[in-house]
Design a protein around this ligand. Structure first.
Ligand SMILES: [Zn+2]
Length: 286
């Protein structure tokens, strides 16, 4: 009898544990109750849309250029301090002198990184056309190019100078080279978007986005929207006008999959890529 009781208790415990797991799963599955705010479209054609995206990006571009200019100014100042062309009481000798030029290089680095991130943000709001590959690359990697200008002249001037002591020259070169590496890596746009890609996504009737997000969604039950109650909705052109310039990757994959399933169900339908493309747009619009 005692064994039976034990077994019952064990079964009971297992059942409870299972119930708890299922309840947890159900809670996770449960979707958020969204609220929707309809947003109206401002542009009626491609030119108007591009004018709006250009306007959206402008403050970020201006800020990026100002910060890049300040970064170069820090570099110039670091050179002047290093060669004692400009002196303050605390920079006439060590350690004030070393601290001063290193601090200026660090400030140079911080400014370059912030400016480059703003530039990337501007490029995502207002992508460049990909028709000219070189121009497109320069546009998207301007931060990397400015990084070179923000540190390489300093390195060259230090290395070619005959008066500075070897120890300081080595330290300055290492500090500037490391800063250049960090600036270059953090300034690149690893996920650039082209104007063509943006315009291609601008024909979906109903999409959803969040105030803080950077993409728009074709499905309001997309997993990335599970943590946001307030959704904004409108055409994908409206989403682009509001700075959400590309379709969410998860929604894109889902739309493609659904389009493929539809294509498979249709008898005698050929599954050419262009058919899939059309079906994608249709599915994404639902
Ligand atoms: Zn999505």
């Amino acid at each position: 009898m005692a064994t039976d009781n034990k077994n019952n208790a064990a079964n009971e415990a297992a059942k409870k544990a299972l119930e708890a797991v299922n309840a947890k799963k159900a809670a996770e599955k449960k979707k958020v109750e969204h609220t929707y705010t309809q947003v109206g479209q401002q542009s009626t054609n491609k030119e108007e849309l591009l004018a709006i995206t250009k306007q959206n990006a402008r403050p970020y571009r201006i800020a990026a250029f100002i910060l890049w200019a300040l970064a170069i100014a820090c570099e110039v100042f670091a050179v002047l301090i290093f060669f004692h062309k400009v002196e303050f009481k605390f920079t006439t000798e060590n350690p004030g002198w070393t601290i001063a030029w290193i601090a200026l290089l660090v400030l140079d680095l911080i400014l370059v990184i912030i400016a480059s991130r703003l530039w990337v943000k501007a490029n995502h709001l207002d992508p460049a056309p990909a028709t000219n590959k070189t121009k497109f690359w320069i546009h998207n990697n301007l931060g990397v190019i400015i990084s070179v200008f923000a540190f390489v002249p300093f390195i060259i001037l230090i290395l070619t100078n005959k008066d500075a002591d070897k120890k300081s020259k080595t330290l300055a070169t290492i500090v500037a080279a490391v800063a250049l590496l960090i600036a270059g890596v953090s300034s690149a746009d690893y996920n650039p978007i082209s104007q063509e890609e943006m315009l291609e996504a601008a024909d979906i009737d109903t999409v959803f986005w969040t105030a803080s997000g950077t993409v728009f969604h074709a499905y309001d039950d997309c997993q990335h929207l599970n943590h946001t109650v307030e959704l904004l909705t409108g055409t994908s052109t409206t989403a682009i006008e509001n700075g959400k310039t590309r379709l969410c990757k998860t929604c894109e994959a889902r739309a493609l999959k659904e389009a493929e399933e539809i294509a498979e169900k249709l008898p005698g339908e050929d599954k050419a890529p262009e058919t899939q493309g059309e079906a994608t747009t249709a599915a994404a619009g639902n």
